[in-house]
Design a protein around this ligand. Structure first.
Ligand code: GLN
Length: 494
């Protein structure tokens, strides 16, 4: 057995499983040991599944059968993974890190989970997150924050902070997260791993606890771009003919988009320089970003400026539309149908008491905001207007994609911040999403790839270097351009 299998990529682990140099049981055991060692400080996992070793044994049996038959097998067979606590796995708890769903058990598998099961992945456990995916630091979890494995004083990012930290602390080879406004990409950037928000509709939303239904996507977090691609290929697509149901009416079959490139051998990269100015972006982040662009140029990529005239409205538009969708999706948590129930004086009293006891402050804030922007007197001024500006932003990106194939920005304006630093200032927290919400508003795919470090700077309270991510966005359906460029940047084999 190799010294530390928890550090393997999916690709290398698969090669070793194939050669018989490693078993899934050894790999899973090594991850469980790592989790036992690291999770008490990091709090990436809310639960480690007690049957992980049984799943590994089943995978090893399937591997043995495939090897005996001389056949190939799925690249995820026997590979241990972590699942965000808002993605349903039949028979297991899915709490969305909320008191409201603390005792809720999923009655069915999400489509993405059914696909991972079919591929033979081993589920290690469910990961911490901001309650109902609302937040950017995993501090809004009802079960305590997740800490950044690179510096325990700092957040792991959010809302999929547990999933990113699980991979970064070598406690899983990959994880699933969900991304409504950046919740896969920003924690990936903070934890120094790769995160993909697929094209809206590329992965079925059936079985993810809804936050903003026109924005949500499930996607992979992994150590390499190639691993993220492998997981995306496994989970993409609708429920499939076998299940005979669609589940998510907005999911589309593979190949629905046929994006045409403007670049020749390499995709052309556009940079909205006008959007990166201001004093909101940490100079160390900009330096790492510019170095990544230089490295693209050195590898033969054309990099040019693009204009996105309405992009500065993306954040306010998101923070009008998202709460509107949140307020409607959260209406189902009424104390009767799912999870927590508290008795009040009467039926409506039950409703108020259950929601008061079950929901955290940020969730309540968004329900209030959303209810306000949808109210009779205001929906024209806020909700409808935000919808109109959303279409203008989408048109800006469509126009930019006439001249470039990829659009690059930093993933987040800062490296991981300190636990507690922004917790009492919602607007400061919302500003973290400035570069990520555009992909959710337009539906385009976007990938965060590590692109260096913000160097240690003790004078600014940064005792260790912190990871920085570059975000690449592409045309609808062109995840391939993201993977190609991401692998080039990381020096991975294509
Ligand atoms: N940080 C963003 C928010 O708070 C994104 C959340 C998400 O993608 N789930 O809404």
């Amino acid at each position: 057995m190799i010294p530390d299998p928890t550090k393997l990529t999916i690709r290398d682990a698969h090669a070793q499983l194939k050669e018989g140099a490693l078993t899934s049981a050894e790999l899973v055991k090594a991850c469980l040991d790592r989790i036992a060692e690291r999770n008490p400080q990091v709090n990436a996992y809310l639960e480690v599944f007690s049957d992980a070793m049984d799943q590994a044994a089943a995978a090893d049996a399937a591997i043995a059968a495939a090897r005996k038959a001389g056949g190939d097998f799925s690249p995820l067979l026997g590979i241990p993974c972590a699942i965000k606590d808002n993605i349903l796995i039949e028979g297991r708890t899915a709490s969305a890190a909320s008191k409201m769903l603390e005792g809720y058990r999923a009655a069915y598998d999400a489509v993405a989970i059914a696909k991972l099961k079919a591929a033979g992945a081993v589920f290690l456990g469910r990961t911490n997150m901001d309650e109902f995916a609302m937040g950017g630091s995993t501090e809004n979890s009802a079960f305590g924050p997740t800490r950044n494995p690179h510096d325990l004083e700092r957040v792991a990012g959010g809302s999929s902070g547990g999933s990113a930290a699980a991979v970064a602390m070598d406690g899983a080879l990959f994880a699933l997260g969900s991304d409504t406004g950046g919740s896969i990409r920003q924690p990936a950037s903070f934890c120094g791993v790769v995160g993909l928000k697929p094209t809206y509709g590329a992965v079925s939303r059936y079985g993810v606890i809804a936050m903003g239904s026109s924005l949500d996507q499930i996607g992979p977090i992994a150590r390499t771009v190639s691993d993220a691609e492998t997981v995306f290929e496994a989970i993409r697509g609708d429920a499939g003919a076998a299940e005979g149901m669609r589940g998510d009416g907005t999911a589309f079959p593979d190949g629905a988009y046929r994006p045409a490139r403007v670049g020749g051998a390499k995709p052309v990269i556009g940079v909205p320089r006008h959007f990166l100015g201001g004093d909101g972006v940490d100079p160390a982040v900009l330096a790492a970003f510019d170095a990544a662009l230089d490295s693209f140029r050195a590898k033969g990529y054309e990099v040019k400026d693009v204009a996105l005239p309405n992009v500065s409205y993306a954040l306010p538009v998101y923070y009008v539309l998202m709460p509107a969708e949140v307020s409607s999706n959260m209406a189902r948590f009424d104390g009767m149908r799912f999870g927590l129930h508290k008795d009040g004086a009467d039926g409506i009293g039950d409703y108020f008491e259950s929601r008061r006891a079950g929901l955290g402050r940020e969730v309540i804030r968004r329900i209030l905001l959303g209810t306000y922007v949808l109210s009779t007197g205001y929906h024209d001024a806020y909700y409808n207007r935000a919808g109109a500006v959303r279409r203008m932003i989408a048109a800006d990106f469509a126009a930019a994609f006439e001249t470039v194939d990829l659009i690059a920005t930093p993933t987040a304006p800062s490296p991981a911040f300190k636990v507690g630093e922004k917790a009492s200032d919602p607007v400061a927290m919302y500003l973290e999403d400035i570069f990520t919400v555009t992909a959710n508003l337009t539906g385009m795919p976007a990938l965060s790839v590590p692109c260096g470090d913000a160097p240690a700077d003790p004078s600014r309270g940064r005792p260790v270097p912190l990871p920085v991510g570059i975000q690449l966005a592409a045309r609808h359906g062109d995840e391939r351009a993201l993977f190609e460029a991401g692998k080039d940047l990381r020096g991975e084999v294509q």
